[in-house]
Design a protein around this ligand. Sequence first.
Ligand SMILES: [Zn+2]
Length: 114
Amino acid sequence: MKCPKCGGRYIEDVTEKHEVTDDFITIQIDEIVRCEKCGYDITNQQLPRVIAKRDEDTLLIQVSQTHSRILSLRDNVMFPAMYTEALLVKGYWDDVEEEFDAKTLLDNARTNDF
Ligand SMILES: [Zn+2]
């Protein structure tokens, strides 16, 4: 994968977002892939997006450059984010042809984080 702007190499990077409220501080860490040379980050705007489906009820939704979540439409539950590669080798995923509003789907789903 090469940078569309300058042809540079992509490297994995981590961004930290701190959110401070009266009671607690949350730190959200996002893994991103950006260009080593110019810092151009190609796909963040396009996420989350549905990248595969297993049957009519199960979608694989990419949520960061490296991680995806499985979403069960039947139960409206999303599972913890894992490496996309690791999820793709498990199970039989089909390409998706239809358009999904992945953000809305995730916003409406319950989490099943452990
Ligand atoms: Zn670049």
